[in-house]
Design a protein around this ligand. Structure first.
Ligand code: PLP
Length: 449
């Protein structure tokens, strides 16, 4: 009898019409669950993004957005690039994770490739940018250690110089070298020995550098801080002071690196290399992977057991990162980044001439910022209405991080939509009109993500 009932139930369910109308729930449980069960660390937009194709993403209502944020500089190949999808499928069926106790087929080749394009010698794989930044600070302290230092006592050479207006991540080490007070102060006391230098201020740098400094860390192009590039003079002075005082120069290229500036690395426009390069965001085309790239001299201080990670550098993720770097080469994306970057800059310059609240257009390649004299957040909201994903950082700078695969037609589409956004957004009156061009130090204090 029970079996018969079950059969009937199955038959009933099979006979249900295929395209039954699905009642739209009044409350979307995906949103209410998020609201009730996630730690409230983000002010998320009130809709669900479901999938993407190339430079576009779609929400659960079917609305299409041109994605000029790319998951904050992560989705450099856009969404669902066929070669990335293929590698992930293939490797998922082989081995997702093995362990750093064993070799896998892709970690060594990926390290070689990263060393070749960066001018570095050795690589450590992490799971995120913050973890890479933390590891780099540990390496700096390690390299500063001398044979006469007691292992458990503070030593003279321990100071780390970081930049005002910087962002290096959220872990304790990374947030200790991040200047924004609202990210730092609630967690004090932080890692000791960190001092901030005014970005691109040579005199401030020189006054703080001495033999007690073990590292200077800077973003070659500050991303979160509103797209400010390091000047050649500051880079050269940081390099020479670091060499003179036996400190490590750490270039955080987590946001601007791996092609975004139009070169593999933004520091490659200068004539000298850093001692450590940090990468993450686009490296594995959306899968979480970061890396510390460094010199043989730094690597010579490292021995097994000193530093490590469970997940970093697994086979699936490294195979994907190798494919990502292969695609940059075979699709000639560095050239595309430079060409599309120029078109965007030219289009934005025209808009700046038309809308007087645009104070400045900054950036290189496909990392661009528009500094406004008024609050930028309403523009992000209007952009969403117009089907455009952009972001506002430090309240006054609109940040554009389109994918490397963006086409000329999509740049034109963006400029058309963006002009509408600039025209339609209700303009707020700035509390202090000069605020947007205030010193990076003050901006750092008022920053919001
Ligand atoms: C320059 C820079 N460094 C470090 C980080 C931290 O990386 P993650 O969020 O992967 O920890 C970010 C993230 O935005 C970044 O932009």
């Amino acid at each position: 009898m029970r079996a018969l009932n079950q059969k009937k139930a199955i038959a009933r369910s099979v006979q249900k019409p295929k395209h039954r109308r699905i009642a739209v729930p009044k409350l979307d449980t995906r949103l209410t669950d998020a609201e009730h069960f996630l730690l409230p660390t983000y002010n998320r937009q009130p809709f669900v993004l479901t999938h993407g194709r190339g430079a576009y993403v779609y929400d659960s209502a079917g609305k299409k957005y041109l994605d000029f944020l790319g998951g904050i500089a992560v989705n450099a190949l856009g969404h669902a690039h066929p070669r990335i999808v293929k590698v992930i499928r293939r490797e998922a069926a082989h081995a997702i994770h093995l362990s750093n106790l064993y070799h896998n087929a892709y970690q060594g080749p990926l390290a070689r490739k990263l060393a070749e394009i960066s001018g570095m010698d050795r690589v450590f794989f992490s799971n995120s940018g913050s973890e890479a930044a933390d590891g780099a600070l540990k390496l700096a302290r390690l390299c500063a250690r001398t044979a006469s230092d007691a292992p458990d006592k503070p030593r003279a050479k321990h100071r780390i110089l970081a930049m005002q207006n910087s962002f290096h991540g959220r872990t304790f080490g990374a947030v200790s070298v991040t200047s924004t007070e609202k990210y730092r102060l609630p967690f004090a006391p932080l890692v000791p020995g960190v001092e901030f230098v005014d970005f691109n201020d040579l005199a401030d740098l020189e006054s703080k550098f001495d033999d007690t400094v073990c590292a200077i860390i800077l973003e070659t192009i500050q991303g979160e801080g509103g797209i400010h590039a390091v000047t050649e003079a500051f880079w050269n002075r940081a390099r020479s002071l670091a060499t003179q005082h036996g400190a490590l120069l750490i270039a955080d290229e987590i946001q601007c690196g791996l092609g975004r500036s139009g070169r593999y690395f933004a520091y490659q426009k200068f004539s000298s290399n850093p001692d450590i390069v940090l990468v993450a965001k686009p490296l594995a085309a959306g899968l979480p992977l970061g890396a510390i790239l460094t010199t043989e001299a730094v690597a010579s201080r490292v021995s097994p057991g000193l530093h490590g990670t469970t997940f970093g550098g697994g086979p699936l993720i490294c195979a994907t990162a190798l494919e990502f770097l292969g695609i940059i080469e075979s699709e000639k994306l560095l050239a595309n980044i430079r060409a599309r970057g120029v078109e965007l800059r030219e289009g934005l310059a025209k808009l700046a001439a038309k809308f007087d609240f645009i104070r400045e257009v900054r950036g290189e390649g496909l990392i661009l910022g528009l500094e406004l004299s008024i609050d930028g957040n309403p523009f992000v909201a209007e952009a969403l209405r117009q089907g455009l994903l952009i972001n506002c950082t430090h309240d006054f700078t609109l940040r554009l991080l389109p994918p490397f695969v963006i086409t000329r037609a999509q740049v034109r589409e963006f400029l058309r939509l963006f002009e509408l956004v600039l025209a339609k957004t209700p303009k707020s009156v700035s509390a202090a009109p000069a605020q947007a061009t205030a010193s990076p130090r003050r901006l750092a204090q008022s920053a919001s993500r």
